[in-house]
Design a protein around this ligand. Structure first.
Ligand code: NDP
Length: 323
């Protein structure tokens, strides 16, 4: 019998790539959206796998809804990739962010415990939990210092997962994933915003790209690779948490420069600083040590920031040609 995976938040960037990856591995894939009858599933359609996954409406904040989907599908593996995922938006919607990330995970853990199911659970943690680490590369043992409502919610969810693992012997892990990008990134995210604007400028010279603090440094990887690490965590003998990243940090200015130079443009001619885009608190330098994943999961990022910008620009231009 093929294994069955339940992907909570299948409509998003990671959910769609993970569905594609698991289908290739022979899994039966069931995915959830808060309202599956309204969702467009455009990412699954883009990847050509919409017809191969079964979809259900599930709200993680509704205990009955979680229990129903478990009862109906009895999944072997559950991947929780749902929740409000924008750091910027979390300053405007802190309660929604906390409920959709932290309370949601608690409901999920309680449902597994209540039904006593032999489920392996992956929960989407985040590098945002670390905050500033004074230039030290973060591992899964680095203390947290969250600097946004999003990061606070992710930190609470991380400890809930760890607590259920220790208290009830559950197979539950968190992946502390650093930023990972792709053409499926929603346009409110800065990487997609930069790629989209630069391609528009290259096409017809129109528009100016307005950005906030360009000196922040991040570790940017390629999303289709990162979902493989999620799966690998659930194949281990013991459940553990892992940092997943490329191990290379670059400034946002480097990212912008790389995108524009892919198009033969000088970014300085097209970018304006907008102080309104500055966040109330931000991480200056995000830096990772992914060696544990390399050793135990045999996972290593193949693509770094410059590859990511090139592939996102190519996809954006190919999309424009089709329009
Ligand atoms: P996306 O935003 O692309 O997808 C998240 C999904 O969650 C959406 O498709 C949506 O599904 C659902 N969702 C959105 N808002 C809410 C809400 N308020 N309440 C409940 N559900 C909501 O995220 P990614 O695929 O990029 O990321 C997957 C997970 O990994 C997220 O938890 C994210 O925070 C985390 N993460 C992502 C990183 C990255 O760089 N991409 C880095 C580290 C962590 P629907 O509308 O269909 O219900």
């Amino acid at each position: 019998m093929n294994k069955k995976a339940l992907i909570i938040g299948i409509t998003g960037q990671d959910g769609s790539y993970l569905a594609d990856f698991l289908l290739d591995k022979g899994y039966q894939v069931v995915g959830t959206s808060r309202d599956a009858s309204l969702a467009s599933f455009s990412n699954l359609i883009h990847l050509g796998v919409r017809d191969r996954v079964q979809v259900e409406s599930v709200s993680l904040n509704d205990f009955r809804s979680v229990i129903q989907v478990f009862k109906k599908h009895r999944p072997d593996e559950v991947y929780n990739l749902a929740g409000q995922s924008s750091v910027g938006l979390s300053f405007e919607q802190p309660v929604e962010t906390f409920e959709s990330i932290s309370i949601a995970v608690l409901n999920l853990l309680e449902a597994i415990r209540f039904m006593d199911l032999p489920i392996r659970l992956y929960n989407a943690g985040s590098s945002e939990c670390f905050g500033n680490t004074d230039g030290r590369a973060a591992t899964d043992k680095t203390p947290f210092h969250p600097r946004s409502p999003y990061a606070v919610a992710k930190a609470a969810a991380f400890w809930q997962v760890a607590n259920y693992r220790e208290a009830y012997g559950m197979f539950a892990c968190s992946g502390l994933l650093f930023n990972h990008e792709s053409p499926l990134r929603p346009k409110r995210f800065v990487t997609k915003k930069i790629v989209r604007a630069a391609c528009q400028i290259a096409a017809d010279g129109s528009g100016v790209l307005k950005l906030g603090n360009l000196s922040v440094q991040r570790d940017w990887g390629w999303a289709p690779e990162y979902v493989k690490a999620m799966w690998a965590m659930l194949q281990q003998e013991e459940p553990e948490d892992y940092v997943i990243a490329t191990g290379q940090t670059n400034s946002l200015q480097d990212f912008v420069e790389a995108v524009f130079s892919n198009l033969g443009l000088n970014w300085r001619d097209h970018v304006e600083y907008n102080p309104d885009l500055k966040r109330p608190a931000d991480i200056d330098i995000s830096i990772a040590n992914p060696v544990k994943a390399e050793k135990k999961l045999k996972w290593k990022a193949l693509y770094c920031m410059r590859d990511v910008t090139r592939m996102m620009v190519e996809a954006e231009q190919a999309g424009k040609k089709k329009q």
